[in-house]
Design a protein around this ligand. Structure first.
Ligand SMILES: [Zn+2]
Length: 296
């Protein structure tokens, strides 16, 4: 398919507006290959992964950007991550989720959406949080951009079992002053035109054709796409840290039930095995490390 697994950046030559467009094909299918999510959950995860790539693409950073939903409804947890090299992975936990897609508020109930940026070599993470009180993820994230970055944005997201896609438009600041009436009108026009994009166009139209179809009167510079792929960052060292955090008593009791302790990565389904000798090594003197925070 055209533009598969590519992130494209584009600029409006005559307006203070920039954009990103992404299509996830093989990377998206690899991210859910080992999971059997109900359609509603898989759709939310695909949209979140597309959004994480668009957001990572619009920032200058080295590290990892995460979108995390924690909620009380059928969708309890959703985590979508994208690194500055555009490696993605994601996972969702759900209970009694409806088979068919419904709006986000219904799928999540009370909850929040956190955007976290972990920068390589920095202790402190950046985090911004918005409530899940909008009908869809794109509206929640537009609210996030408005509140946390004072960056007016229009976001469109779509996901099927085969493909996830997204379009992000942002009005960039040109000076310290407020945008004048002409810039405000132009932004309103761009938003309205973006709303005419159908989900099938967002999924299927080649990038250049899509931009020409939606913004026929604007001069747009489209940059070459950069690849996006699925890659998990789990490692034996990280899993060792999780077992060490569980403690010797707990891990040894797991070991008594079978010959080895197996930890399966939730993101990529890879099995990490530790036999009795490995476990003894984990808890030997001089090999006690603090557990990594949160999910590995
Ligand atoms: Zn993994």
């Amino acid at each position: 398919m055209a533009d598969g697994d590519l992130l494209h950046r584009f600029l409006f030559e005559d307006l203070p507006v920039r954009g990103h467009l992404v299509r996830l094909d093989a990377s998206w299918r690899a991210a859910i290959e080992h999971q059997e999510y109900p359609r509603a959950v898989s759709e939310a995860l695909g949209q979140a992964l597309a959004a994480s790539v668009l957001m990572a693409g619009s920032l200058k950073f080295e590290g990892r950007l995460s979108l995390q939903i924690e909620a009380a409804g059928p969708l309890r947890l959703l985590l979508a991550q994208c690194t500055h090299r555009h490696a993605i992975r994601g996972v969702a936990r759900h209970r009694d989720a409806p088979a068919e897609p419904r709006d986000l508020a219904e799928l999540c109930g009370q909850g929040q959406l956190a955007v976290t940026i972990e920068q390589e070599g920095r202790e402190e993470n950046y985090q911004g949080v918005v409530p899940l009180d909008m009908p869809d993820l794109s509206a929640c994230l537009e609210q996030y951009f408005e509140r946390s970055e004072q960056l007016p944005s229009r976001l469109l997201l779509v996901s099927t079992s085969q493909r996830a896609a997204g379009l992000l438009l942002q009005r960039v600041a040109t000076s310290d002053t407020e945008p004048g009436p002409a810039a405000q009108d132009a932004w309103r026009r761009i938003r309205l035109l973006a709303a005419t994009l159908s989900t099938s166009e967002l999924l299927e139209l080649p990038c250049r054709d899509l931009l020409r179809r939606v913004f026929p009167e604007d001069d747009i510079r489209l940059f070459a796409g950069t690849p996006v792929w699925f890659q998990c960052s789990c490692s034996r060292e990280r899993v060792s840290g999780i077992l060490q955090a569980l403690g010797a008593a707990e891990v040894n009791s797991l070991l008594r039930e079978r010959d080895d302790v197996e930890v399966r990565c939730e993101f990529c389904n890879r099995a990490w095995r530790f036999d009795a000798v490995d476990v003894a090594g984990l808890f030997s003197e001089g090999n006690r490390r603090s557990a990594p925070p949160g999910l590995h």
